[in-house]
Write a protein that binds this ligand. Sequence first.
Ligand SMILES: Nc1nc(=O)c2c([nH]1)NC[C@@H]1CN(c3ccc(C(=O)N[C@@H](CCC(=O)O)C(=O)O)cc3)C=[N+]21
Ligand SMILES: [Mg+2]
Length: 306
Amino acid sequence: MWGDVPVAATILSGTDLSAEIRAEVAAGVVEIREKHGVTPGLAVILVGDDPASAVYVNNKQRACEQAGLYSDSARLPGSATEKEILAAVHAFNEDPRVHGILVQLPLPDGVEQHRIIEAIDPDKDVDGIHPYNLGKLLQGRPDFAPCTPAGIVELLMRNGHDPTGANAVICGRSDIVGKPLAALLMQRGRGGNATVTVCHTRTRNLAEVTRAADILVAAIGRPEAITADMVKDGAVVIDVGINRVDDPSARRGYRLKGDVEFESVSQKASAITPVPGGVGPMTIAMLLVNTLTAARISIHGRHHSG
Ligand SMILES: Nc1nc(=O)c2c([nH]1)NC[C@@H]1CN(c3ccc(C(=O)N[C@@H](CCC(=O)O)C(=O)O)cc3)C=[N+]21
Ligand SMILES: [Mg+2]
């Protein structure tokens, strides 16, 4: 506060930080190519024609190409069978140009998602969602942390918001965001040491819990679910939401809205991520980081120091 005028929060730009990290990845790509003659490669498997998923996959492939990585994709129709998706996974498991494999989730109804994830070679699981990698994450020795949680931790750390000792409250318990983020924030070591609470649809007195957060992460999937009354003065607020809201005046006919009511919450928070330009670009940057790690693992093996 400045007198009675609320000072708007610092904007935590995922666009800027992701550019920095992607430049670091590009340098790592050059090094691996010079030392080992290997170009790190990522393959994305996209099933169905959800337009939002197509945008993310295209963003991922563009980021790969800009960082000098090899990239490939398999695009299957929404009618693809489990057997056909498994065949695409197996082909990339065997492809020596491909070090990282990402299966875009969610998969169409009727496909047994866990069977597909378990088919990914854990050494190529750059999403960090194979049970082996999730297990290592829970033990505090991840090789591949899921990209969105890893991106959130980088956003915090590189903006001077070390979670150590903080009350971190995560709204959302998905396998790909809420649960792995809880593991990262609670672990011993860099980016961890927080006191973590995970909220979900059955949480009682949600606003009471979120108001205790020094770090508040919204991964709910509902536009503007977090309002100013739910936020403590000075909190750091991370918005994972990417909700498309109809807007006939917008160029594409929709606008992106986060899970946080930005206008009001940014008057109360000390720092906040925007949507777009926050967590989304960080997810992609960490995917490239993990692909570099996968290429190193293919050369040197996993390090058994943890
Ligand atoms: N196995 C798997 N791993 C994922 O990491 C994964 C997934 N499945 N399924 C879908 C979600 C979503 N996701 C995003 C990636 C980039 C942006 C992104 O680039 N966002 C831009 C804008 C995008 C736009 O214009 O729509 C931004 O926020 O600024 C958003 C969301 C990765 N996901
Ligand atoms: Mg292997």
